[in-house]
Design a protein around this ligand. Structure first.
Ligand code: FAD
Length: 179
């Protein structure tokens, strides 16, 4: 806890004139997560794909069953869409045109979809999926914390909601009956 702390002017962050300076660091870190979370999802999908092709049940690899193929297809689609969004945001960033709510949209989408992919891959691995023999649950566990740090999924939802509606919903309206 920091309470009543006073610092000399020499301790000021060089070039910083407002809270925007430290917040811009968060924007950088969040942008990294847009790609990082998808990397975890890609590892999960590669492991699940390999396992589905080699694990034989009822005389066939489980990759031969339509339910497994649907899972793999849906995950590949979400991963591909996530990467395209990340790439697009990266190009906007390189051009110096990315807006904070776009970083929020990217972080929210990447982490949310990566967790969903990790969980789905876990089902393809069956019982083995709950062990640390495979990296999938380790990724899922890590992604749970990524959902919270660098801005919770709820906060990024509200950032995008504000960008769409112009109405900030971070605080409830003051109670008109209270004095
Ligand atoms: C692994 C890990 C590493 C971290 N690393 C760092 C770090 O390096 N630096 C750092 O400063 N912090 C770090 N954090 C802290 C992280 O930023 C906070 O945990 C996060 O901001 C949520 O704050 P909180 O835990 O106090 O939860 P709370 O603020 O109590 O929130 C609890 C829940 O309520 C929701 N909520 C809160 N207010 C609202 C609202 N107005 N509207 C809707 N929903 C709301 C939140 O989204 C969340 O779901 C880290 C956390 C984790 C798990």
């Amino acid at each position: 806890m920091l309470d009543g702390v006073r610092l000399p002017d020499a301790a000021r962050l060089p070039g910083a004139t407002s809270l925007g300076a430290p917040l811009s660091c968060l924007n950088e870190a969040r942008f990294g997560i847009v790609f990082g979370a998808l990397g975890a999802a890609r590892d999960c999908l590669e492991v699940a794909l390999d396992h589905a092709g080699t694990r034989v049940q009822f005389g066939r690899p489980i990759a031969a069953y339509q339910l497994t193929q649907q899972k793999l297809t849906d995950m590949a689609l979400e991963l591909g869409k996530g990467f395209l969004l990340a790439l697009h945001l990266g190009r906007l960033k390189d051009a110096g045109r990315i807006r904070p709510e776009q970083v929020s949209a990217g972080k929210l989408n990447s982490v949310r979809e990566a967790i969903a992919i990790a969980r789905e891959c876990r089902t393809i691995l069956g019982g083995s999926g709950i062990t640390l023999e495979y990296p999938v649950l380790r990724h899922a566990n890590n992604l749970e914390s990524v959902l919270t740090y660098e801005g919770t999924s709820e906060m990024h939802t509200l950032v995008v909601g504000q960008a769409l509606t112009g109405i900030p919903a971070f605080r409830t309206a003051p109670d008109p009956t209270s004095s």
